[in-house]
Design a binder for this molecule. Sequence first.
Ligand code: TYD
Ligand code: MG
Length: 464
Amino acid sequence: MAKRQASFACQNCGAVYNRWKGKCEACGGWNTIVEETASSNPMVGPVATRPSRAKGRIFPLEGLSGEAKEAPRTPSGIAELDRVTGGGFVHGSIILLGGDPGIGKSTLLMQASAALAKRGERVAYISGEEAVAQVRLRAERLGLGQAQVELASETNVEDIVATLSQGRPPALAIIDSIQTMWTETVESAPGTVTQVRGSAQALIRFAKTTGTAVILVGHVTKDGQIAGPRVVEHMVDAVVSFEGDTGHHFRILRAVKNRFGPTDEIGVFEMSDQGLREVPNPSELFLAGRDLATPGTAVFAGMEGTRPLLVEIQALVAPSSLGTPRRAVVGWDPARLSMVLAVLEAHGGLRLGMHDVYLNVAGGLRITEPAADLAAAAALVSSLSGSPLPPDTVYFGELGLSGAIRPVAQAEARLKEAAKLGFANAVSPAARADKKKERLPLAPSSIGHITDLVAGIAVRRKAS
Ligand code: TYD
Ligand code: MG
């Protein structure tokens, strides 16, 4: 019999310690560590208290070459949502939907529920945050008042599971939010990590036994972590985050983890007064209102999953009055900006040590692709030299530390999208030799080194 050991868990980030501490070393929170007994920790409980058996049960071991079936799915009918989930909700799967408060999670899920219900599926929407009347009011506002969604305001997980288990199991159950749920099987107060974990586990068991797809809503804290629900990330089948700037109308749905589909696809929505609208052609949206004649803006031909996406990258390079000049980035990796600046100084002949540098990805989008290096560099050089870039040109390419521009994947798809939106030129790394030029929708001006980029912009300046 295993010795019972006390364990202490941080209620903020879920880190586990074997003794009490005043400050959590993992997240830096004070007074967040609470003792968990075996009965209060469902992860420990069933294993530690299981009676030892003399003999194990023998289960069949199978080969990899057996029959494999595609997981059955229920598509939501909202194309941008289905793209992210990989074609619909997999039966019996659990999805964690994270996002800042007020970003539109409840709105999105209400629209998805109504869409499913319209197609005759049983859908349950359990709100732990809002009263039934409030949820109804929102549905009314979205024009979904007539949808056959089963609605309840409830926080006790045992009651929810018992209710949903009656009759035909729902195709989709939404739990809004997991932070408000509590289960009787653990002793801790509602809202604690222990409760969140226990509740999630009960709901996962429900999903797996009934085949209902369950979506758990989780709020994200200031520092971008899904507080509490972070500890259930490893238990769920998919983690999807809903991002955006409350100052902008665009919302981006992104899969962070997906056991049943891709993790690099994004869904783009626009928040309107009638709820979230799908944006099937995001490039147009992100380029709308572009300022063509000012220095410091470059259009990046990016890829999000299988979809090309054009966005504007803006840079401002200005003489600094500070001893240590400022470097600020929105929507891009600050470490990558430092690298691009270092390469521009070392190999491009630019002097940026006395300048403040600001970089912004327009529209509130966040770019993670290294292919954006060249567009960022072009915007920086343009801002420093005061010479606007040609408005009909897109940029893409990865920058090496040597100053070399390296080819990136899916150049053709990027060029096609640029041509579709009326761009006439592209500055990009030289394509691999076996590429047939005549097939490309627009002929890119290939450059191989950062000096080519700087020289190109300098020539424009002289000419103008
Ligand atoms: P909500 O879905 O409640 O956010 P979350 O569940 O992520 O906390 O969305 C709240 C915001 O969305 C709120 O600020 C108002 C706005 N909104 C609209 O702009 N249009 C609409 O049709 C709806 C329903 C909400
Ligand atoms: Mg909500």
